[in-house]
Design a protein around this ligand. Structure first.
Ligand SMILES: NC(=O)C1=CN([C@@H]2O[C@H](COP(=O)(O)OP(=O)(O)OC[C@H]3O[C@@H](n4cnc5c(N)ncnc54)[C@H](O)[C@@H]3O)[C@@H](O)[C@H]2O)C=CC1
Ligand SMILES: O=C(CO)COP(=O)(O)O
Length: 534
């Protein structure tokens, strides 16, 4: 007796979903291992006064999401997702990632226990309680079936037109991997199976964030060199993300279609790039542009940036991924698009290596194994001349790094200074801009004005006051440089335990005393003021 034919369902019918339906529908007619009819779930909507499912089933074309390409007649559109997946053995999930979880919930108890799924979606899932998961994990968890992935350099319209391209299938199951390949591969769409799913999926999600950065760069009018830097530094962050959170993968995976190739094609030809460039040029928000420019198609990059930000925040690792973070902050309008260039310029990639730090330390060490403040200043100025004029930043970094508290800096502490310097330099520049009357502290009025200068809405005085008070940790009614540093620099701690003034203050003069002492110590040596107010 021969095995029963396998049934295939396609969950999703957007630009990529329709392209895969066209390929799979055509392939299936050539074999006799799969049932001829492919059910395709179509999120129902009216197009020119008719139901989209009706148009697809009568005209064999998805006129909205893949116009100009005919489906073979065995591709049948279903508006009910439960009907679409009924008795299916292979489920191809090709939805914008924002809709994956809710769709899985709808079909949860209707999926065959022996089935398996393949995810083509690029992004992450964040639950209401902020748990971040891979989409393949969500599909597998909710449907209780294995889930593999297919990712690659695949701009859908080009694949649909049949121009040559390739993709990576992630599967550790040999038999399922071969089935996927047999179902989807064509002469023009070549597949390579790799025994991994997580990293392949993560690369597909992360490259969309880099593509948004590439779009910002284009929108700002920078050329191909800058875009190449975005791509290279973005790739570095993609690799770092995989190394930090998905160790054990094969390093060659980045050279597969799901890695460098997908990154390059999306940074040049993708929707994320296009909309991000328009975001900079028009000043309109991302959602408005998505509606205006994509005719119902969905962007994945800006949401992926928010999801990655959540992930990194939870792991305390935002500082290692400045490009990803900058993309999110720019999309949310908390940073100007030009800040992207700062994220490139001051990328950890350009920081001194451990060896360079050691050599610099040795050059300025007079042989006693530690550096004094004067030696540190000379060392820093020789390597980072731009910080020479910002003595305040050098002093702060020195204070924060002198963890042994002996007033001298050993090699390990010097390394910390080098890391902190840039952050203090940036904070002090922002501080100086806000401090319009140069009194070395920021009043609420100056804080409010800062929002106006940034082009932000500052009319909600109540919430601005809350933010101001949260920074003003000593309740002095002014925000001091130390307070800004503490809010923005998670690493910053009062670390000196040698020259440390401990105050017990209370009453109306308390804040003035704190103020004077903090400012006084700012101008002198690294003395920390630790205040306990009763
Ligand atoms: N389009 C492309 O070139 C490629 C896309 N991908 C990935 O494939 C996934 C799907 O992308 P596309 O097919 O391009 O989709 P798309 O961007 O064309 O999205 C539109 C689809 O979303 C559906 N939709 C809207 N609201 C919905 C809802 N509430 N529930 C369910 N569906 C809803 C629409 O009906 C339509 O089918 C994405 O994660 C994308 O990153 C991967 C490679 C290439
Ligand atoms: O994933 C893609 C190409 O592989 C498509 O990218 P966009 O979503 O930016 O168009």
């Amino acid at each position: 007796m021969t095995d029963p034919l396998r049934r295939v369902a396609i969950v999703g019918s957007g630009n990529w979903g329709s392209t895969i339906a066209k390929i799979v529908g055509t392939n299936i007619l050539k074999f006799n291992t799969f049932e001829n009819e492919i059910r395709m779930y179509v999120y129902e909507e009216m197009v020119n006064g008719r139901k989209l499912t009706e148009i697809i089933n009568q005209e064999h074309e998805n006129v909205k999401y893949l116009p100009g390409h005919k489906f073979p007649p065995n591709v049948v559109a279903y508006s009910d997702v439960v009907d679409a997946v009924k008795d299916a053995d292979i489920l191809l999930f090709i939805l914008p990632h924002q809709f994956v979880e809710r769709t899985c919930l709808a079909i949860k108890s209707h999926v065959k226990k022996t089935a398996f799924a393949v995810s083509f979606s690029k992004g992450f899932y964040v639950s209401k309680d902020k748990r971040v998961e891979l989409l393949s994990t969500v599909i597998s968890r909710l449907l209780e079936v294995p889930c593999y992935v297919l990712m690659g350099a695949n701009i859908a319209s080009e694949v649909a037109a049949g121009t040559f391209c390739e993709a990576t299938v992630g599967s550790r199951n040999y038999e399922h991997g071969q089935l996927i390949k047999g179902l989807i591969q064509t002469d023009e769409f070549r597949l390579v199976i790799k025994p991994d799913t997580e990293v392949i999926e993560v690369l597909g999600a992360l490259k969309n964030i880099v593509a948004v950065a590439a779009g910002f760069s284009d929108g700002l009018g920078y050329g191909d060199n800058t875009k190449a830097a975005v791509i290279r530094l973005g790739l570095k962050e993609m690799v770092k993300f995989c190394e930090e959170f998905f160790p054990g993968h094969h390093p060659q995976i980045f050279l597969e279609s799901c890695g460098v190739a997908d990154l390059v094609t999306t940074c040049y030809g993708g929707r994320n790039r296009k909309v991000a460039a328009a975001f900079v040029k028009t000043g309109k928000d991302i959602r408005t542009l998505e509606e205006e420019m994509l005719n119902g198609q969905k962007l994945q990059g800006p949401d992926a940036a928010a999801e990655v930000q959540e992930w990194l925040k939870q792991k305390g690792q935002t500082n290692k991924f400045p490009l990803f973070v900058a993309v999110h902050e720019i999309c949310e309008r908390r940073l100007d698009p030009k800040a992207l260039i700062d994220a490139l310029r001051y990328h950890p990639e350009f920081c001194m290596s451990k060896e360079e730090v050691r050599q610099l330390f040795q050059k300025f060490d007079n042989g006693n194994g530690h550096l004094s403040l004067a030696e540190i200043e000379r060392a820093i100025i020789s390597f980072y001349p731009q910080f020479g004029t910002n003595r305040k930043a050098i002093l702060r970094a020195y204070k924060a790094a002198d963890t042994s508290g002996n007033g001298f800096v050993e090699l390990k502490e010097f390394d910390k200074i080098v890391q902190l310097l840039k952050q203090y330099d940036t904070i002090s520049k922002v501080f100086e801009e806000l401090d319009t009357n140069d009194d070395h502290r920021i009043s609420f009025q100056e804080f409010k004005k800062g929002f106006e200068l940034l082009g932000e809405d500052n009319s909600d005085e109540e919430s601005l006051k809350q933010e101001f008070n949260a920074m003003d940790s000593n309740d002095g009614n002014y925000v001091l440089f130390d307070e800004v540093s503490r809010t923005t620099l998670p690493e910053y701690k009062f670390t000196s335990n040698c020259l440390c003034i401990v105050l017990y203050v209370h009453g109306p003069s308390a804040s003035a005393v704190i103020q004077i002492l903090t400012e006084f110590t700012d101008k002198l040596l690294p003395i920390d003021v630790v205040v306990f107010s009763e």
